[in-house]
Design a binder for this molecule. Sequence first.
Ligand code: ZN
Length: 270
Amino acid sequence: MYDLIVRSGTIVDGTGARSSVGDIGVKDGRIAHVGGRIDVDAVEVIDATGRLVTPGFVDIHTHYDGQVTWDPLLEPSTLHGVTTLVMGNCGVGFAPVRPGSEAWLIQLMEGVEDIPGSALSEGMKWGWESFAEYLDVLDRTSLSIDVGTQVPHGAVRGYVMGDRGARNEVATADDIAAMRDIVRDAIEAGALGFSTSRTLAHRAKDGLPVPGTFADEAELFGIGDALRDAGAGIFELVPLGAVGEDLDAPMREVDLMSRLAAHTALPVTL
Ligand SMILES: [Zn+2]
């Protein structure tokens, strides 16, 4: 006798094994049987004929960084079956934040990702400055699914360089060292990785490309040192040429990403 049987679904178990039609039995809150035909009864039976039955889905590219502070259900992703989502992509997000620059980060997110600034301004509950403090706030929030975070270049650059960072001026050696320390602290506090944007398609509401769009190799590899030193973290970037704005760029970007991955000894995603 099971508490629940999900019958005749197409089971995709997430291991990479081929899918197969079968039953799943749940007992005492745990999955007790996967696959084949279950001949005993259950308190509740769900007919999953013609449906996929999976452990869940990981959405590796989202922008819930603000919404996560007011919507524990994280809709609509949860309605689509997402069970883990990753945010902090494209170099935009809300930590670290200098007190007083919240509105600047909101217009950055609004411009790049088309998330209404009014929704963010009215909905977001702040209460952090560092990335670690942001993670603490998320920890105290009872979320319906798991979330992973990346520390965004735009926020880090604005935090360290202020207006110079926002205007995409070249980072000095001191700027790079400060960004590296912030990113390393974030990774050690639990960030999944670091993200940056290099495409001209990503612009803040004020029209400026995301801080970090024109970052030189000294800056990118200097920040890469943070991941290498921490021994963890993915370096995520949106390459130049992503929307066809520079047809020669992709090959140069692949070369850059290859060298970056070798430098950090960690994955680069795009
Ligand atoms: Zn994005």
